[in-house]
Design a protein around this ligand. Structure first.
Ligand code: SF4
Length: 289
């Protein structure tokens, strides 16, 4: 199987079979994102995708436990083809326990509830949504092309249809000026979606990204480690999303946190306080891209 360009997947899909059903991201405008900048977006043909699945099923079908549909927003693929792919996985990867995919709020909202229920029934267990922020001004500034309302509606729709969601936010997108709005509105977003999983990464920029140019020209400021911790604290103080499994232990994070909302919030707040008091942060050289 030949992957096209660099392939990205969530940390929890490290051991999954990754199948590219799209190439790149249909949005590809987010100012901090470098992942698919060099790819022209396209949906792969049925024949291309099935050829990859056939090759993998033949060579190691017995060993696959998880399948992840990439690239950026695999859920954009029309439902009949997704159903055919899920059916293929069910029949030819007998030990596969789950199939997951990246998706945008627009992808979810474009599909009917009947379509989403059919996908859930066919084995699509979870959709990873990169929300980045719950603040509409920040979403506009970073050219996400989604509003908090769309993100919430998408999350609630997936839940109603039996598909889990994993929502990612990025610390630092509002800079020091808007860190409070970013934290509070992101918490409100999570509260309204009540996803199965939520994660916070810390903003890291590649030199050739649009946002790195804004920083270089002085149009945008980055958060210090202390400010990043303060932002996460404000976020946690405003969370009310019972049962959501929370992770902030990505390599980019200054302080590694993991717990379940709401019961583990006091403990995570204590960990943040201790880390800040002792300045015990993951060093920047370990956080580099
Ligand atoms: S939608 Fe996601 S993958 Fe696409 S450009 Fe934005 S951050 Fe990158």
């Amino acid at each position: 199987m030949q992957y096209e360009g660099d392939v990205y997947r969530p940390p929890s899909e490290a051991r999954s079979l990754i199948i590219q059903v799209t190439i790149g991201c249909s949005n590809n405008t987010c100012t901090f994102c470098y992942m698919y900048a060099d790819k022209q977006f396209r949906i792969r043909t049925r024949e291309e995708i099935l050829a990859d699945l056939e090759e993998c099923a033949r060579d190691y079908g017995q060993y696959v436990r998880r399948v992840f549909f990439a690239d950026g927003d695999a859920l954009i693929v029309r439902t009949p083809l997704l159903l055919e792919l899920l059916d293929y996985v069910k029949k030819h990867f007998p030990y596969a326990e789950r199939v997951t995919a990246y998706g945008t709020a627009s992808d979810v909202l474009r599909k009917s509830e009947e379509e989403l229920r059919a996908l859930a029934q066919a084995g699509l267990q979870m959709v990873y949504i990169g929300a980045e922020s719950g603040d509409d001004t920040i979403l506009r500034q970073i050219r996400k092309n989604q509003t908090s309302r769309q993100l919430i509606e998408a999350g609630q729709k997936l839940k109603r249809c039996g598909i889990q969601t994993s929502v990612t936010l990025i610390s630092g997108l509002g800079g020091p000026e808007h860190m409070e709005e970013h934290a509070i509105h992101s918490a409100e977003l999570i509260n309204a979606m009540n996803p199965e999983y939520a994660a916070i990464l810390s903003l890291q920029l590649r030199a050739d990204s649009v946002m790195a140019g804004e920083v270089a020209r002085g149009e945008r400021k980055l958060l210090t480690a202390d400010q990043t911790v303060d932002e996460t604290r404000i976020f946690l103080e405003h969370i009310d999303s019972p049962g959501t499994i929370f992770r902030s232990n990505h390599a980019s994070n200054y302080v590694a946190l993991a717990g379940v909302f709401n019961e583990d919030i006091p403990d995570m707040l204590r960990q943040l306080e201790e880390a800040k008091a002792r300045h015990r942060y993951r060093p920047d050289w370990m956080r580099e891209l």
